[in-house]
Design a protein around this ligand. Structure first.
Ligand code: GLN
Length: 482
């Protein structure tokens, strides 16, 4: 095995036992990026993988890491893959970046994404679409598609993404890697450029579950700069690995498996269904007790999400007006003209659609009919999960209804694109954690993901079940041939 193919925990072991050196690791990563990045296009900016911070303690996590382009890095261009942030250099580090630097991680690349994290395919970037390393004609998923494809193509040992409605888990599923969305409040959002503030979370995208546990431990914790981060201790997540799952109660929501029926989620690909059903059998073999459960308001998750998320996005994006950040349109004749022209030339098509939709649902006369009602249904969705967790330790579902689709296939049909997140969105609405792990390959050789969902702040449960499943199946060892 070459160095760039190893996981972060394998490399950290090798560094400790002096089987490899920082120089060898950086050289291997650099060579790999030179070889495959022209095809994959995972990065919007990549520097020579830098030496880790020298002040980091000896037993640190001094490995290079890739970061999604919506997380602020002091003094470095950060653009959210939007023209409107052209030239913007944040004056401070996001809390997760500060923590990574303190732990010794060198940040060498910023990964492509859908503009402001609006999308499920990485095609809404102002730069270029990223490609799926398993099939370069397919999307890597989104919006953290750059991070997922970089990890899958061995251009990164590990990476950070952000997840508002599925943007860590869906691309992880499409690229055959592990993606974890932490509980809302588990990881500080300070310095994450906001999409929908009540839904956004930063989380790890990694080659296996153990790395996910390591990286979560590094970034989690209370932060006084983020009033929504929660002040509870951060467990050592690696302690949940290798544990027995015998006797655990796992719920399988019946609404998630219907091919078509009223009040049920439709559109699951039969191959995805089969892979996930096999994964459920495997969990049974490992001793878990599987039972059918119901999440009766599931069918409302997508419409509720697109009301709440666009409402919050329209408000968060108000600040990009050509005055304080990035782009300013030249040649405007008045202040209002400058706002208008800057926003018109700076935002892409999907961002404009969401600003218009969000402004509409918040406007006088529609606020009660749409936004307020959506908040009420959001509470019902959260309540569905709370009811299931009275009798189950976790829930398993597919991560996405289909494997990766072709580039261009859904760009003309936003509703079809929005349905990519039908299984992931409710988790954000409920504020609970979930992980996606590889659970098979389609006949066309594209990865399928299994989603595991747990109660708030029970990331240990996710990691325990995901690790037990992963270690008893071959899927995490499958690699794209690129
Ligand atoms: N695909 C969803 C959307 O377009 C989720 C995006 C995300 O999680 N950032 O909003």
């Amino acid at each position: 095995m070459e160095i760039h193919q190893l996981t972060a925990h394998e490399l950290l072991e090798k560094l400790k036992s002096k089987e490899t050196t920082q120089e060898e690791i950086l050289a291997s990563l650099k060579k790999r990026i030179e070889d495959v990045e022209v095809k994959v296009k995972a990065f919007v900016r990549v520097e020579k993988p830098a030496h880790p911070h020298t002040r980091a303690p000896a037993d640190s996590y001094c490995l290079p890491i890739a970061v999604k382009d919506n997380i602020c890095i002091q003094g470095q261009l950060t653009s959210c893959a939007s023209k409107i942030l052209e030239g913007f250099r944040p004056p401070y580090d996001a809390t997760v970046i500060r923590k990574l630097k303190e732990a010794g991680c060198g940040i060498y690349g910023q990964t492509n994404m859908d503009e402001f994290a609006f999308g499920s395919s990485c095609e809404n970037s102002c730069y270029f679409p990223t490609r799926n390393p398993w099939n370069l004609a397919c999307v890597p998923g989104g919006s953290s598609g750059g991070s997922a494809s970089a990890v899958a193509a061995d251009e990164a040992f590990w990476a950070l993404g952000s997840d508002t409605g599925g943007s860590i888990r869906q691309p992880a599923s499409f690229c055959g890697v592990v993606g974890l969305k932490p509980t809302y409040g588990r990881v500080s959002r300070y310095g994450l450029i906001a999409f929908a503030s009540s839904l956004d979370q930063i989380g790890p995208i990694t080659k296996d579950v153990q790395d996910s546990a390591l990286l979560l431990k590094l970034i989690a914790g209370h932060d006084r700069c983020d009033a929504t981060s929660v002040n509870t201790g951060v467990p050592d997540y690696t302690q949940s690995l290798g544990k027995d799952i015998r006797g655990l109660k796992i719920g399988v929501p019946k609404e998630y498996f219907a091919l078509s029926k009223e009040n049920q989620l439709t559109g699951i690909d039969p191959e995805v269904k089969q892979c996930v059903e096999e994964a459920i059998l495997q969990l049974k073999k490992l001793g878990a007790q599987v039972k059918e459960v119901s999440l009766p308001h599931s069918a409302y998750a997508v419409p509720v999400y697109y009301i709440i998320a666009t409402a919050e996005a329209s408000s968060n994006l108000e600040r990009f007006d050509g005055v304080q950040y990035g782009l300013r349109h030249k040649g405007a004749v008045s202040l209002h003209d400058m706002y208008e022209k800057t926003r018109d030339s700076g935002f892409g098509y999907e961002a404009k659609r969401r600003i218009i939709l969000g402004t509409y649902v918040l406007s006088h006369g529609y606020y009660e009919a749409y936004y307020l009602r959506a908040l009420k249904v959001r509470a019902l969705i959260a309540n569905d999960f709370a009811n299931v967790f009275k009798e189950c330790d976790c829930i398993v579902t597919p991560t996405s209804p289909t494997p990766a689709f072709a580039i261009g296939e859904k760009t003309q049909n936003p509703l079809a694109m929005y349905l990519s997140d039908i299984y992931t969105i409710s988790v954000n609405l409920a504020g609970i954690p979930a992980i996606s792990v590889p659970c098979g390959l389609s006949k066309a050789g594209l990865p399928v993901g299994l989603q595991i969902i747990a109660k708030a702040f029970d990331e240990e449960m996710l990691l325990k079940v995901a690790h037990a499943y992963e270690q008893s199946t071959p899927w995490h060892k499958e690699k794209p041939k690129i």
